[in-house]
Design a protein around this ligand. Structure first.
Ligand code: CAA
Length: 281
């Protein structure tokens, strides 16, 4: 495997591009708008500059890494990729349409992975003519810092596809964990309801945001508290995951808290919009 296509240059896409290019893969990335292509590349450059400052890589390393990254708004840029990783919007209909397009464009032997955080791999696979080559590769935010990748096998994913992706994940310096398809997989089924509960505690006036986060940082040894983590993940993403859990399990314990909905309606999505439970402006 030499060339990997990445679709989407948001928080996750940019991190995935960086990790792939740093591990020696050629990366062809596609976003719908040129501003998004530019933003994705700029994010990778900015992160590499931080690594130069920390003396973890040199200017020459950065130049080598960036020479492996090519972006376009034209989706045909991915047509020769051995693997495509989709990190676009968390919307089933949009993903299905995208995977149909990818299926037509990509080499027959290419694997197409999705970074979906909660949607069904089997359903996405069923929209293509290569359901055995569709798999979940679920990275965590911030991608360069987080070691885990959940490798999600849908009902139709072949063992060969799974083994290829497990090996690639290790080459990226990450730790893969095999996960059977299930709403929210492992991490988000635990983590996102915890964030939702933190929001409920805030709404109940039990403690303020800083108090809740300090309590969980010092009382449970979490690197960041649930509200700061919600802001990092994106409150729209948290809501989408809670809705998937709620709809799939039909259990009220997964009901999105009304304050989470209100935050999303107000476009207070966390770091990416400059405001969530904290102000980032
Ligand atoms: N991009 C790249 N690297 C980053 C980074 C970023 N945005 N933020 C931090 N890092 C790296 C730093 O460079 C540093 O690396 P080195 O040790 O090699 O120098 C390392 O992470 C630690 O960073 P810091 O010392 O600056 O800061 P910290 O110790 O406070 O750690 C953190 C920052 C890694 C984000 C930590 O707070 C943390 O682990 N938070 C929890 C993150 C988490 O739970 N993520 C999962 C969210 S759920 C998800 O993503 C799945 C989903 O589907 C929604």
């Amino acid at each position: 495997m030499k060339t990997v296509g990445v679709l989407g240059t948001g928080t996750m896409g940019a991190g995935i591009i960086q990790v792939l290019a740093q591990s020696g893969y050629n990366v062809v990335l596609r976003a719908r708008r040129q501003t998004s292509v530019d933003r994705g590349i700029a994010t990778v450059e900015k992160n590499l500059d931080k690594l130069i400052k920390k003396e973890k890589i040199t200017e020459a390393d950065k130049a080598d890494i960036m020479a492996r990254v090519h972006g376009s708004t034209d989706i045909t840029i991915i047509k020769d990729a051995d693997l495509v990783i989709e990190a676009a919007t968390e919307n089933m209909e949009a993903k299905k349409a995208l995977f149909q397009e990818l299926d037509e464009l990509c080499k027959p032997e290419a694997i197409i992975a999705t970074n979906t955080s909660a949607l069904s791999i089997t359903e996405i696979a069923a929209a293509t003519n290569r359901p055995d080559k569709i798999i979940g590769m679920h990275f965590f935010n911030p991608v360069p810092a987080m070691k885990l990748v959940e490798i999600v096998k849908g009902l139709t994913t072949s063992d060969e596809t799974r083994e290829t992706i497990l090996a690639l994940t290790e080459k990226l310096g990450k730790t893969p964990v095999d996960v059977a398809e299930a709403p929210g997989f492992v991490v988000n089924r635990i983590l996102i309801p915890m964030i939702n509960e933190g929001i409920g505690i805030l709404a109940d006036g039990v403690a303020d945001a800083k108090g809740i986060d300090t309590a969980m940082q010092l009382g449970a040894n979490h690197p960041m508290g649930p509200l700061a983590l919600g802001d990092l993940v994106g409150l729209d993403v948290c809501l989408a995951i809670m809705e998937t859990l709620y709809n799939e399990f039909g259990d009220t314990k997964y009901r999105p808290h009304p304050l989470l909905r209100k935050m999303v309606r107000a476009n207070k999505l966390g770091r990416k919009t400059g405001e969530g439970f904290y102000d980032y402006s």
